[in-house]
Design a protein. Sequence first.
Length: 287
Amino acid sequence: MKARAFSYARPSTVMEALETFADAGEDASYVAGGQSLVPALALRLQAPQLLIDIAHIEALRGVELQGGWLRIGALTRHCEVLTDPLIARHAPLYHAAAPHVAHPAIRNRGTIGGSISHSDPASEFPAMTLAMGAELELVSRTGTRRVAADDFFIDLFQTAIEPGELLVAIHVPVIRPGHRWAFHEFARRRGDYALVGCGVLAEFSDGLIEQARIVFFSVGNTPLRARQAEQCLIGKRLDEAAVAAAQALVGGDLDPPEDEHVPPAMKRHLARVLLGRLLGQIMRQDS
């Protein structure tokens, strides 16, 4: 199939992009890397009248520390997430997930803002945004707001971005000395969508877990926090008994869709195995 005919605009500022979108009567789509949008256009899963190319807006670029937050511009490419030293130090789950995102050709074009806005439930970056407790900076013609990741991912390919809004940056709380983290995913082949993936961020104080965020992807319509497993770890020393207790609870937090190739029971099993491995890694970091 071929994409439907469309018009094209290339604004140079965020406000110009927002005005162009409004003038199109909201029958428009933003495009930056295009790694998700272009295939959807070809299959006519999306057929906007206007494509608004935001890839050249400099205000959407850049990675910088702002107090206790790391601000990552929405146009930061996947390959930059892999190599940027500030991201590696202060948003390590993004850095750990980046090599698992598709293949180099896609990582060289795709943007972190596009991945998060698209909100594919099998994608790494939306899930790690939730795991790190990030906030999403959204801009409209009337102002700016920040939405916590816990409130951002609503349903399958549905986020808190309202018509007329544009994701301009991701704000990640910087890593503190008591933090430990781990990431991994199971996939048939490197670069394939994950069968199950997970990121864990835990904060320790005096050897006990003070906070924990455990987020899975490819097990529901959105990235999912394993809240029962998180809760059972709070106030505990991370040992084999604590790991086993978290593994026993994690299945109840997940909602894998029916799949003839990987049934829900298998996904829950893989999630338990994966969580055990990641908590084991963190346990060794803390020793």
